[in-house]
Design a protein around this ligand. Structure first.
Ligand SMILES: Cc1cc2nc3c(=O)[nH]c(=O)nc-3n(C[C@H](O)[C@H](O)[C@H](O)COP(=O)(O)OP(=O)(O)OC[C@H]3O[C@@H](n4cnc5c(N)ncnc54)[C@H](O)[C@@H]3O)c2cc1C
Length: 508
């Protein structure tokens, strides 16, 4: 017999014995009769002091579960080829899906492999030296490679989230991502998983080529027939374009070559860094240290200020703030955290909506230019970031000193009013005060640091496509840079769907 049941555990009961006891009581069966239990869903209910763990369990009584077979990737070395631009989540999952469907992917990535890339991100963090082709946004694994690896997405309707998570597990991710309500992998584990995905692609006869920047598309009439590399080499095949939202050169050549693009609304703001112990004490209603049975706490805030959304974004418990710039002279901040999330600091993007209609002009790059102007005014040589204490930012006064921070290039006490647009400053101030009210005043603290600027939260440009994900024949814009996805899982789903659309065109 197989039954799906819901159980409630105390934090210290989250182990096989605790679960077995709860299941046997709930089903009135002896613990010895339970052949196997699979956790289907797990969440923490921290609304009250008495914290509970809610789990949905598939219980096998007197029978074993069927063995789940991994996806088998066929050999496609002699099959027709398709070009995939970009080895981020959209490009990598597009490549896996092409292989599953008998098409040979040739993945072209401007940056380096995920291992070599690590040296470049270290050089940027430690010495403030940027490699414009290999950084936190460019290189194998894309923008997600050194992220928190949060795999939470709202795009349930748009594709098979479970399939993406299972493929991550098949390539080395922990099985807990299949049931945690807020799954995450961690910046220390993601690179190994990305390398395994690359091995699957190459072992199946696909190609992954690094330091291969695409500078244009080959066209015959309305049909895209391939991609041109910086070296002049031409790679033939229909093109899945998954270049991410920082590839401004790609947007430029598309516009120059007459492809249809439009401006897209986005959200901008700052990264807020606070002690993790503060977040734990707010979320777990605790005094003193967090229980060792509970994970570092996270939060998600949102409010409206004068009809404009203000919200927290990409919260990284126990993480660090990193320089995610791709160009000298422009500062971009982001956050990441390792699998354990054991760091002393928590950070999150705190952002507010910017609608494309608010920005003068009607050209497709106007939101991109708006973002760029914030990044330019935030820039301090060496990728030092301007910052203020949270209380000083909210009460409009300068910070004489700053709290400790994980941001390695360093912070400089600055007035963020002089850097960010007035509407962003006023919305964030009101938002912080609202979030503070939601936590009985505890969220607003002097040891919180507000760091500018968080600007690359989503693509500022959309590459138009029809319902079958084409723009003309042979071009499939996909992932975050195309303006149809945001985050690792939704980009991976979008890339997979582009590959399926390409397969339908191949067959039909
Ligand atoms: C520090 C950080 C932390 C993040 N944390 C999370 C998180 O925890 N959870 C989450 O869901 N999302 C997170 N994100 C966002 C997430 O990484 C992106 O949403 C996701 O990677 C988008 O996937 P993509 O494949 O569409 O584009 P990208 O990941 O941007 O990949 C695009 C790829 O294309 C390559 N490329 C660009 N131009 C060219 C060209 N001309 N020729 C060849 N190759 C090119 C780039 O080098 C890059 O590798 C984070 C991002 C950053 C920067």
């Amino acid at each position: 017999m197989v039954r799906d049941i819901d159980i409630v555990l105390r934090p210290e009961e989250q182990n096989d014995d605790g679960r077995r006891r709860a299941v046997s009581v709930k089903l009135s069966v002896s613990s010895d009769d339970i052949a196997h239990m699979t956790i289907l869903r797990k969440s923490i209910d921290a609304r009250r002091k008495d914290i509970k763990i809610n789990e949905r369990i598939r219980v096998y009584i007197g029978e074993d579960p069927a063995v789940e077979n991994p996806v088998i990737f066929p050999y496609v070395g002699a099959s027709p080829a398709a070009v995939v631009v970009g080895a981020g989540p959209a490009g990598l999952f597009a490549a896996l899906t092409l292989i599953e469907n008998g098409i040979r992917p040739i993945v072209l990535e401007r940056g380096k492999d995920v291992h070599s890339r690590r040296m470049d991100t270290a050089l940027l963090s430690q010495k403030g030296i940027l490699d414009p082709e290999s950084n936190y946004a460019f290189g194998e694994g894309g923008a997600g490679a050194y992220s928190d690896g949060k795999l939470y997405t709202r795009s349930v309707k748009r594709g098979d989230v479970g399939r993406i998570l299972r493929l991550f597990v098949q390539h080395g991710a922990d099985e807990s991502i299949l049931y945690d309500s807020h799954p995450h992998i961690g910046s220390d584990r993601l690179p190994g998983i990305i390398e395994n995905i690359r091995r699957t692609i190459t072992a199946s006869g696909g190609e992954v080529r690094f330091s291969s920047r695409v500078t244009g598309l080959i066209r015959s009439g309305d049909e895209v027939k391939g991609a041109c590399l910086e070296s002049g080499e031409e790679i033939a095949g229909p093109v899945i374009l998954a270049a991410g939202h920082s590839a401004k050169d790609v947007y430029s050549f598309l516009l120059k070559d007459g492809f249809a693009l439009e401006a897209k609304s986005t959200a901008v703001g700052v990264r807020l860094e606070q002690p993790q112990s503060l977040i734990d004490s707010i979320q777990y209603h605790a005094v003193g240290k967090r229980s060792s049975f509970l994970p570092p706490a996270s939060y998600s805030f949102k409010t409206q200020v004068n009809g404009r959304g203000v919200y927290s974004f990409c919260m990284c418990p126990g993480g660090s703030v990193v320089p995610a710039s791709t160009e000298e002279g422009l500062l971009v901040i982001n956050g990441m955290s390792p699998a354990s999330r054991r760091g002393r600091w928590a950070n999150s993007g705190m952002i507010t909506e910017i609608r494309k209609e608010e920005i003068d002009g009607d050209d497709p790059f106007r939101v991109m230019r708006y973002i760029e102007s914030i990044e330019r005014s935030s820039f301090i040589p060496g990728f030092i970031a301007p910052a203020e204490r949270m209380t000083d930012f909210c009460f409009d006064r300068p910070s004489g000193t700053l709290a400790e921070s994980t941001y390695r290039p360093g912070l400089k006490a600055s007035r963020l009013d002089d850097i960010l647009p007035p509407v962003v400053v006023s919305s964030l101030r009101a938002g912080f005060l609202a979030f503070s009210d939601m936590t009985r005043g505890r969220f607003l603290t002097a040891d919180g640091t507000v760091i500018a600027a968080e600007t690359r939260t989503s693509s500022p440009v959309r590459i138009l496509r029809d319902d079958s994900m084409h723009q003309g024949r042979g071009l499939y814009p996909a992932g975050e840079g195309a303006g149809y996805a945001g985050g690792i899982v939704s980009a991976a789903i979008d890339g997979s769907e582009a590959a399926l659309s390409l397969r339908r065109d191949f067959n039909g």
